[in-house]
Design a protein around this ligand. Structure first.
Ligand code: NAD
Ligand code: DAU
Length: 354
């Protein structure tokens, strides 16, 4: 069995589907079910005998320890986090609690469990920490892409909390020998993403006839990776990654935000045209920039390609079309997660963004 923290979130849920489809092993999802945790994303595997769920907060060390003792997993895949940059600017406390304190509690529970394992199981155990490219800070237009040796320079409360968690994971390897692996990934997109992040928010707002809020001048660049490619990368690192190493994961898809929004509008114009015949582009609204907004991220994924043979399979064009189609095909999933409440502060902050 493997443990998947945050398995009811966007990437975690995609990973559960991926794992159950490609492995004979069981999974236990450990998830506190915050606003971002959604068991509807796991509904289609709920009756799979290899799928198990426990509602648990990773900050609750004794509860995590009890689950480790009960299920004896050979790996912990750590996805659980507060993940949204805007929310971290508005209220950083939850990010420090879950991303820093929660990772610490999880590492301590894992260390105590691992220390008691018999030698073969001890050698086989893995703690895989899922992190982000945002720990490296922001790039200028002609700077080279982030590598695994780029110095850490996190700029938002979110990225600072993830950087702290990366350092804890590293230290637990160096000080205690805990067999850890870390992945630092670029922006994911695909099914089951909460509609607070750029791509699902734009699809949702477009269909709802709301403004499409582009922060600042819309020229910020992100390196987009289809979530299934990320899941394959994580499975590969789990299988063959060198202990204590970090691996950058990216999609080779550097795109300016405004171009992402234009492409989404064009796809929706084809797949679900507006009733008045005009383009969804008419809904684009430029709003106040995100405070401290990182200008550009780009990942050099050469190491994971050279050493583990992983490359992304989905192009941005095919992945985005697939994603738009998924949201069009799953209006109930979107409706059930869209209370409207979560965007209230963003509306106040950016004006007209909600
Ligand atoms: P998400 O916000 O969609 O899901 C997070 C999940 O963690 C939710 O199910 C939530 O209920 C759970 N959770 C939060 N606090 C918890 C706690 N204290 N105890 C237990 N569970 C808790 O996040 P995501 O986008 O799926 O990201 C998953 C991981 O990948 C995060 O660590 C994030 O930093 C990292 N990451 C995300 C991206 C991206 O583009 N989304 C890119 C790179 C790295
Ligand atoms: O780079 C990896 C990171 O990508 C992950 O670690 C984070 O968990 C994930 O949330 C994501 O962070 P970003 O801040 O890049 O993602 P977001 O979808 O919030 O924003 C993408 C870009 O779009 C960013 O430049 C801000 C801009 N944006 C975002 C929203 C929500 C807008 O212009 N308008 C919006 O309404």
């Amino acid at each position: 069995m493997i443990f998947i923290t945050g398995g009811a979130g966007f990437i975690g849920a995609n990973f559960v589907h991926h794992w159950l489809g490609q492995s004979d092993e069981s999974v236990l999802v450990l998830d506190a079910l915050t606003y971002a945790g959604n068991l509807e994303s796991l509904a289609s595997v709920a009756s799979n005998p290899r799928y198990h769920f426990s509602q648990v907060d990773i900050c609750d060390g004794p509860a995590v320890s009890a689950l480790l003792k009960q299920h004896s997993p050979h790996a912990i895949l750590h996805f659980a986090a507060e993940s949204h940059v805007d929310r971290s600017i508005h209220g950083p406390g939850d990010f420090i609690r879950t991303n820093v304190q929660g990772t610490f509690e999880l590492l301590e529970a894992a260390r105590a469990y691992w220390n008691e394992l018999p030698a073969p199981e001890k050698a086989a155990f893995r703690f895989l920490h899922v992190s982000t490219d945002e720990v490296y800070g922001s790039l200028g237009p002609s700077d080279p892409a982030f590598t695994e040796t780029t110095p850490y320079a996190p700029n938002s409360p979110y990225s600072a909390s993830k950087a702290a968690s990366d350092h804890l994971v590293r230290a637990w390897h160096h000080s205690y020998g805990l067999p850890v692996l870390t992945t630092n990934c670029s922006n994911n997109y695909g099914p089951y993403q909460f509609p607070e992040k750029l791509i699902p928010l734009m699809i949702h707002n477009a269909l709802a006839g709301k403004p499409l809020p582009v922060y600042g001048d819309g020229q910020n660049v992100r390196d987009w990776l289809y979530v299934q490619d990320h899941c394959r990368a994580i499975a590969r690192v789990l299988e063959a990654g060198v202990l204590g190493e970090t691996y950058n994961v990216g999609g080779h898809n550097e795109v300016k935000n405004l171009d992402v929004v234009h492409t989404l509008c064009d796809l929706l114009d084809q797949l679900r045209p507006r009733t008045d015949g005009s383009s969804y582009r008419a809904q684009i609204t430029f709003v106040t920039d995100r405070p401290g907004h990182d200008r550009r991220y780009a990942i050099d994924a050469g190491k994971i390609k050279r050493e583990l043979g992983w490359t992304p399979q989905e192009t941005f064009a095919t992945g985005l079309r697939r994603t738009v189609q998924w949201y069009l095909d799953h209006p109930d999933w979107v409706a059930h997660v869209t209370s409207g409440e979560y965007r209230n502060w963003v509306g106040k902050q950016y004006g007209g963004a909600a």
